[in-house]
Design a binder for this molecule. Structure first.
Ligand code: C2E
Ligand code: CA
Ligand code: CA
Length: 621
C-alpha cells in the first residue's frame, strides 16, 4: 500500500512551519497532525493522539479522529500502572505494530478497557519522545487485522518527531519565561535562592550531588587543617550501548540503580559524599583516614554490589563497572589535581582491561605521565612529528569525491605511528589542544591551497574539541589562515560533537555563530551518541549531520538501527541538513544508504585515512 492523496513530505514540512510559541499552538498542531495521518493512511478507522497527564500518572486521549465522524471529543485515559508493559515497550522500541492487537502480548493489556469497547482489531502506535521521556503517542487504529510497511511506520514516526520538536520549543519558551519569574522572586525570598542552589547542585535523575557540589565538598575538606580525602570513581561499562540497544529509559534505570546501590553501600558511613559527575560517572569522596590497601578492598566489595543485575521491565540486565581510586596525601594539591589523577587511573584501567585501578600518589606517577606526554607533544609539534591523514568523503553514487576528513597522527620516534585515540583525549583536557588545533588548521589550509588547484570544489573537514569551542580567538585565527592561503571559507568544514558543545553551550554557540558568519560549514559529529534532540540542534548554525558509526556498523543486522538511521535522515532532511554516514565498511551498507537518501559516505569500504600523497588520487574522482 502506498502513501496517498497528498505528498506526505510536503505536509510534514507544513507541520514544521507551523508557529510554535504557546500551548495553543501545540493543540493546533496536534489536530493538524491527526488529520494528516488519517488522510495519509486511508484504511485507518481511527487516529488518536495521547498526552502525558499533568500528574504523570497516565495518558489522556486529547484528539480523536474517526473516519466516519471526523474530529470528535475524546476523554479516554490510560493509567501508566495498569498498562505498564504497553508503555515500556513503546519507550524501548518507539513503535508497536500489532496486526492482531487483541492477541499480541504488547497490546493485549488494553483489551478490556480500550480495544474491545472501541472495536479495534489492529493498532500501529508510535511514541512521542523528548530526551528519553515518553510525552505521548499517536495510534492508528483499525477495525480489521492490518499489516504495515516500513514507509508507513516511518511516516508516523516523522509526524511524532515533528510534534516533539514543537513541544520542546514551547517548553523552552515557557522555561525562559519561568526563569524570568524565578529571578524576580529570588531577589525577595532567600529560601527560593536556597532551593535554586539546591537544584543547581543536584543531579535531577538520581538526586545525588553533581560535579559542582562535589568540587565544593572536596575543596572544603582540603582546606581543613587535618583534612583527609580519598576519591573513588565508578563508571558503568558500555553504557552508551545500553542506551543505544535498550533505549534511554533502560540507561536511566541503570544509573538510578547504581546511585541507590552506592547510597546503600555507604549508608553507615557519614564521612562519605556521593556525586554523579557526568553521564555514567559517579564519584565517592571519603573524608577519613584511609590507605590504598583498605580502599582497594572496599572497592572490591563495592564492585560486587554494583555488578548485580539490574531488573528492567522484562529482563535482568548484567552490568559491569570500572573503579578508579585516588588517595589524598600531599599538601598543596587542589581538587582539580585529585580528579585529574582519578580520571587518569580510569583511563589506565580501561587500557589495561582491569576493573579496578589505584592511582599513584596523587602528585606522583600519573600526573608525571601526563606531563611527559604533553612535553613530548610540544616537541612533536615543533619537530614535525605530527601529520594529517585524509579520509575521502564521497557522494552516495560512490563515484564523486566531495572532500576529506583530516585525522591527526603522531609519528613517535620510539612508538611509531600513534593513533589519535591514544593522545587526543588527554590533550583535550589541557591547554595544549589550542596549539595542536592551530597546527591542524594551518596544515589543512596549506593542503587545501594545493588541492583546490586540482579540484576546485573539494572540502576538508577538521575536528574541534571542547576547549576549541570555548576559545574566542578561534574564529579570527581561522579567518587569518584562510586569508593567508587564499581559500574561500566554504572549503574548510568544522566537525564538533554534541558533547563538546555541552560543556558551556552558550559560549560554544557564540563561537559557532561567529564561525558560521565567517562562512565555514559546521557539522555535528558522532550524532546519536549524545542526548540532544534534533529539535535542539535545529537552533544551531549547522548544515551537516554525521551519523555515528556505531549505528552504521550494524545497520543491516538490526532493524532497530535501521529505524534510527532512517528517521535521522528523514528528519534531518526536513530540517534542511545534509547527512553523512561514517564507518561504511561494505558494499551492502553503502547500497542500503544510497537507497534511503543519505547524502554522503565515509568509511573503510572506500578508503582508510591516507597520507596526503596517496589521498590526492581521490581528488580527480
Ligand atoms: P572521528 O572524528 O569520529 O573520526 C572518525 C574515526 O573513524 C577515525 O578514527 C577514522 O579512521 C575512523 N573510521 C573511518 N571509517 C571507518 C570505518 O569504516 N570503520 C571503522 N571502524 N572506523 C572508521 P581515527 O583517525 O583513529 O580518529 C579517532 C578520533 O580522534 C576522531 O574520531 C576524532 O574524534 C579524534 N581526532 C582525530 N584527529 C583529530 C584532530 O585533528 N583534532 C581533534 N580534536 N580530534 C581529532
Ligand atoms: Ca570527525
Ligand atoms: Ca565521527
Amino acid at each position: 500500500m502506498m502513501l496517498s492523496r497528498t505528498d506526505p513530505q510536503q505536509r510534514i514540512n507544513h507541520l514544521a512551519m507551523m508557529p510554535c510559541a504557546v500551548k495553543e499552538d501545540l493543540q493546533a498542531m496536534s489536530l493538524e497532525s491527526v488529520q494528516l495521518v488519517a488522510q495519509t493512511l486511508p484504511s485507518c478507522e481511527r487516529v488518536s493522539l495521547w498526552w502525558l497527564h499533568e500528574n504523570n500518572s497516565g495518558f489522556n486521549n486529547t484528539v480523536l479522529y474517526k473516519a466516519a465522524d471526523g474530529l470528535i471529543n475524546a476523554d479516554a485515559f490510560l493509567a501508566k500502572d495498569a498498562f505498564s508493559h504497553f508503555f515500556s515497550t513503546l519507550i524501548q522500541h518507539r513503535f508497536i505494530d500489532a496486526d492482531k492487537a487483541c492477541e499480541d502480548d504488547r497490546t493485549c493489556e488494553l483489551l478490556d478497557l480500550y480495544l474491545q469497547p472501541a472495536a479495534i482489531k489492529s493498532l500501529l502506535s508510535v511514541a512521542i519522545m523528548l530526551d528519553g521521556v515518553l510525552l505521548g503517542f499517536i495510534n492508528c487504529e483499525y477495525a480489521a487485522s492490518t499489516l504495515w510497511n516500513t514507509e508507513q511506520r516511518q511516516f508516523l514516526m516523522r509526524v511524532a518527531d515533528q510534534i516533539s520538536l514543537v513541544y520542546s520549543q514551547i517548553k523552552y519558551q515557557t522555561l525562559l519565561t519561568a526563569q524570568k519569574v524565578v529571578i524576580a522572586e529570588v531577589s525577595e525570598q532567600n529560601n527560593t535562592q536556597e532551593k535554586l542552589k539546591q537544584l543547581a547542585y543536584q543531579c535531577g535523575l538520581t538526586a545525588l550531588a553533581n560535579r559542582s557540589a562535589l568540587m565544593e565538598y572536596c575543596n572544603s575538606q582540603i582546606a581543613m587543617a587535618d583534612g583527609q580525602l580519598s576519591l573513588l570513581s565508578v563508571d558503568v561499562n558500555n553504557f552508551k550501548s545500553i542506551n543505544h540497544t535498550l533505549g534511554e529509559a533502560a540507561g536511566d534505570a541503570v544509573l538510578v540503580a547504581i546511585a541507590q546501590r552506592l547510597k546503600h553501600f555507604f549508608v553507615a558511613n557519614e564521612n562519605v559524599y556521593i556525586a554523579r559527575v557526568g553521564g555514567n560517572e559517579f564519584v565517592v569522596a571519603v573524608s577519613q583516614n584511609s590507605n590504598k590497601m583498605k580502599l582497594r578492598l572496599q572497592a572490591e566489595s563495592l564492585r560486587h554490589q554494583l555488578e548485580q543485575p539490574v531488573l528492567l521491565e522484562d529482563m535482568a540486565l548484567s552490568i559491569a563497572v570500572t573503579i578508579g581510586i585516588c588517595a589524598y596525601r600531599e599538601d598543596g594539591l587542589l581538587t582539580g589535581d585529585l580528579l585529574a589523577a582519578l580520571s587518569l587511573a580510569m583511563e589506565q584501567a580501561r587500557c589495561e582491561f582491569v576493573p579496578i585501578k589505584v592511582a599513584g600518589q596523587a602528585n606522583g606517577n600519573n600526573a608525571d605521565v601526563r606531563r611527559l606526554l604533553i612535553t613530548q607533544l610540544e616537541t612533536a609539534i615543533q619537530n614535525d612529528q605530527l601529520s594529517l591523514y585524509y579520509q575521502p568523503k564521497l557522494k552516495l553514487d560512490g563515484e564523486t569525491c566531495i572532500g576529506f576528513e583530516a585525522l591527526i597522527r603522531w609519528n613517535h620516534p620510539e612508538k611509531g605511528l600513534v593513533p589519535p585515540a591514544q593522545f587526543i583525549p588527554m590533550v583535550e583536557k589541557t591547554r595544549l589542544i589550542t596549539p595542536l588545533t592551530h597546527w591542524v588548521i594551518k596544515q589543512a589550509c596549506a593542503q587545501l591551497q594545493q588541492w583546490l588547484k586540482i579540484n576546485p570544489d573539494i572540502i576538508i573537514a577538521i575536528n574541534l574539541s571542547t576547549r576549541n569551542l570555548l576559545d574566542q580567538n578561534l574564529p579570527s585565527f581561522i579567518k587569518k589562515q584562510l586569508e593567508l592561503h587564499d581559500i574561500d571559507a566554504k572549503h574548510l568544514q568544522l566537525e564538533v560533537t554534541e558533547s563538546s558543545m555541552m560543556a558551556d553551550p552558550e559560549r560554544s554557540i557564540e563561537t559557532m555563530e561567529q564561525l558560521h558568519k565567517l562562512g565555514t560549514p559546521l557539522a555535528i559529529d558522532d550524532y546519536g551518541t549524545g542526548h540532544s534532540s534534533l529539535a535542539y540542534l535545529r537552533t544551531l548554525p549547522v548544515q551537516v549531520l554525521k551519523i555515528d558509526r556505531t549505528f552504521i556498523a550494524e545497520v543491516l543486522k538490526f532493524e532497530h538501527d535501521r529505524i534510527i538511521v532512517e528517521s535521522i535522515i528523514n528528519l534531518a532532511h526536513s530540517l534542511g541538513l545534509q547527512v553523512v554516514a561514517e564507518g561504511v565498511e561494505d558494499w551492502e551498507t553503502q547500497d542500503y544508504l544510497a537507497g534511503i537518501g543519505c547524502d554522503e559516505t565515509q568509511g573503510y569500504y572506500f578508503s582508510r585515512p591516507l597520507p596526503a600523497n596517496l589521498a590526492k588520487y581521490f581528488l580527480s574522482r
